[in-house]
Design a protein around this ligand. Structure first.
Ligand code: KG4
Ligand code: ZN
Length: 360
């Protein structure tokens, strides 16, 4: 087991690297998934659990922060007990705790970070404050995700309901954002367009199913920023175009055609932005696609084409590791611990925490 001691700054320091057999608990509570996982430092997932709050937020058509925070508080402690049992261990068997400390909804972040710190204090083990975006960014390095492992630097397209970013992942704590959305996140655009088409929230998967029976060429939808320099994104114009078509009235086939047209426009836009990003990052070893929208087959196919044309592999972690989960938080914690990084117990959760501000 690795040894940890109090550093000169008062923070706990990592003395001798992380033993490959050391167990790390990961906690995720930044949005509407309550999640806990236990990983061995060699990347083996010993236990993982995710509780979705979907049913609690669905009546409101979106995530209600106060409901989310209360639900994390109600469920996270039992979830931790569950993963400890499943991993055949106890808090005393843990070598470190990693919790999402931002960005996200502050109530949920406080619940997860405080529980993580409490366990760290009670066991005298290090606490790692993980940036949720770095969790997504480092997940493709989890052993088994990409044959032979994934070397830095690689290009990450983070495509979720809350985030839409193009990041060059250069190392632990070293991330260069090459582009971001100027308005809505791509998952948000899926959700808003799906709502306009009368689909339940969150609409992305429903819209994809509807699009399967549609003709993508029937309606001409805008392809925002297509061909412009850089790799920023913009989706609000596309959503407005959907609203304008829907306002004129649509039959069943028409709804499917709009869904297909929307999805094709998003896929084409993302592919164009990704191609630009790869040109901006000539040393990249792979194109990694993550976030809930990475589940979309049309989006995946378009991005796989871009990667193939650049002669690079496209890496898409399994969907359960693309959407919010605690495996990615434990893994990011392991990567940070290996780099000798731990956090002080007075580390305050941050609702806004850009990747550029995390540091190694
Ligand atoms: O990563 P995620 O689970 O949570 C965060 O937003 O952090 O992403 C959820 C988003 C939602 O907007 C959802 O509609 C979208 O991912 N999504 C999809 C699909 N599955 C999930 N969008 C398009 N097609 C899908 N199959
Ligand atoms: Zn996320």
């Amino acid at each position: 087991m690795a040894e940890f001691r109090a550093g000169a700054t008062g923070q706990q320091g990592l003395d001798q690297g992380l033993d490959q057999g050391a167990l790390v608990l990961g906690l995720e509570s930044s949005c509407d998934e309550t999640a806990a996982a236990i990983l061995r430092a060699d990347g083996t997932i010993l236990a993982e659990a995710v509780l979705s709050q979907l049913a609690e937020h669905t009546p409101y058509g979106g995530v209600v922060p106060e409901i989310a925070a209360r639900s994390h508080l109600a469920h996270l402690p039992a979830l931790v007990r569950r993963v400890l049992d499943a991993a055949g261990t106890t808090p005393a068997g843990l070598a470190a705790v990693a919790a999402t400390a931002g960005p996200g909804l502050i109530g949920g972040l406080i619940v997860g970070a405080t529980l993580g710190k409490g366990i760290a204090i009670s066991q005298g083990i290090p606490y790692v404050a993980v940036n949720h975006l770095e969790g997504h960014a480092l997940t493709p390095r989890l052993p088994g995700v990409h044959p032979g492992g994934l070397a830095f630097p690689y290009l990450l397209l983070l495509l979720s309901g809350g985030h839409c970013q193009c990041v060059l992942v250069e190392g632990v704590g070293r991330h260069r954002r090459l582009g971001t959305t100027l308005d809505d996140a791509v998952g948000e655009a899926f959700d808003k367009s799906a709502k306009l088409l009368g689909l339940p929230w969150p609409g992305g998967p429903h819209l994809e199913r509807l699009a399967a029976g549609g003709d993508a060429t029937r309606f001409t939808l805008p392809r925002p920023l297509l061909g412009r320099p850089g790799c920023d994104f913009s989706f609000s114009g596309l959503k407005t175009a959907v609203a304008n078509i829907v306002a004129k009235g649509l039959d069943e086939q028409g709804r499917a055609d709009v869904a297909a047209g929307f999805q094709a426009a998003v896929a084409a836009t993302l592919a164009n932005r990704a191609a630009h990003a790869l040109a901006m990052a000539p040393g990249a070893t792979a194109l990694v696609v993550s976030g809930g929208v990475a589940a979309n087959q049309g989006v995946r196919a378009a991005l796989a084409g871009v990667a193939a044309r650049a002669g690079l592999p496209m890496v898409a972690p399994p969907i359960r590791l693309c959407t919010d989960n605690a495996v990615m938080i434990a893994w990011a914690g392991i990567e940070r611990l290996r780099a000798g990084l731990v956090d002080a117990l007075d580390h305050a959760p941050r609702p806004r925490w850009p990747l550029s501000e995390i540091g190694a």
